[in-house]
Design a protein around this ligand. Structure first.
Ligand code: BV8
Ligand code: ZN
Length: 244
């Protein structure tokens, strides 16, 4: 696989990288992407309609069971070569992983310094007092907060909810100082995360778009790597640091 020598040179010289990831980086682990049509029992729903505070208020059992179904899918998932290549990149260059994903696979691949913009599906919190609620897995029925008795909910950011302030501010700051910014496996549809590649570009970063299909972010990328992350990222690291 051939890569633009300018990208290889920039990678070798870089001291600050950001890898911004979406559901596509977990696709080769068998985790359905966010916009893959839901299947089985959930085929008649849209993720955007279930991942909302309104849906949880209206039918908490339904929303909770959707998350339990997703956790079940994710439980057997393993980090794939893309997650591992990103963890290896962090060994070579100071790299922040800025993820929209909630599956925790970057951390399981050995990545440190992972900023989760949309929370983490393996954590639950109280829907009222926000206390952390431990949940034995799997837990098909609803869970109540041990402190105030209100319903527990997955500790993810739903549509219409603000992103965690510290995660957003820290992530944004890294985008303004990155020398190379990778945008991996995201359809670039969900704001405000989708604005981060433009922030990086405007701040002078070399932007690399990695996706099997074109997205809005192709237009602002210096390099478009067309294909699966689990194939391209390992090849890119091998090209940049052939000694291994
Ligand atoms: C907020 C956690 C405001 C939950 C998620 C109209 C216009 C613009 C914006 C809005 C609007 N109406 C509403 C909004 C705001 C809304 C939004 O953006 N809506 C969209 C749908 C239009 N955003 C919000 O509500 C956000 N909050 O704005 O708050 C506010 C301000 C002040 C005060 C109060 C409130 C919160 C958004 C967070 C929602 N939560 N997840 C859960 O997971 O259950 S978002 C969800 O989508 C996931 O986190 C996912 O990561 C994210 C983005 O999707 P992608 O990761 O890109 O995944 P997708 O499936 O779309 O694409 C996969 C890609 O991978 C594809 O491109 C595919 O080609 C590629 N791929 C496939 N295979 C591979 C691959 N790539 C590489 N390798 C492969 N092998
Ligand atoms: Zn509580």
């Amino acid at each position: 696989m051939q890569f633009d020598p300018a990208l290889i040179a920039a990678l070798r010289a870089a001291t600050r990288l950001v890898v911004f990831t979406g559901a596509g980086v977990s696709a080769e682990s068998g985790v359905p992407t966010f916009r893959d049509a839901l299947t089985g029992l959930w085929a008649r729903f849209r993720a955007e309609d279930l991942a909302t505070p309104q849906a949880f208020a209206h039918d908490p059992q339904l929303v909770w069971q959707w998350y339990e179904w997703r956790r079940e899918l994710m439980r057997s998932a393993q980090p794939n070569p893309a997650h591992r290549a990103i963890a290896e990149l962090q060994q070579r260059v100071e790299t922040v992983v800025l993820t929209q994903n909630v599956d925790g696979l970057h951390q399981r691949a050995g990545s440190r310094h992972v900023i989760e913009l949309h929370g983490n599906i393996w954590r639950n919190r109280c829907s009222a007092c926000a206390a952390k609620v431990d949940c034995p897995e799997p837990h098909p029925s609803l869970l109540h907060c041990p402190h105030c008795g209100a319903l527990a909910r997955p500790d993810v950011i739903w549509f219409g909810e603000s992103l965690p302030q510290t995660a957003w501010e820290e992530g944004f700051r890294h985008c303004t100082s990155a020398e190379v910014f990778f945008c991996v496996g995201t359809s670039s549809l969900v704001e405000p995360a989708a604005s981060l590649p433009s922030v990086a570009r405007a701040s002078g970063a070399r932007v690399v778009q990695l996706n099997p299909v074109a997205t809005a972010h192709d237009a602002l990328a210096h390099h478009v790597l067309r294909g699966p992350a689990g194939v391209i990222l390992p090849a890119l690291l091998q090209a940049a640091w052939p000694a291994g």
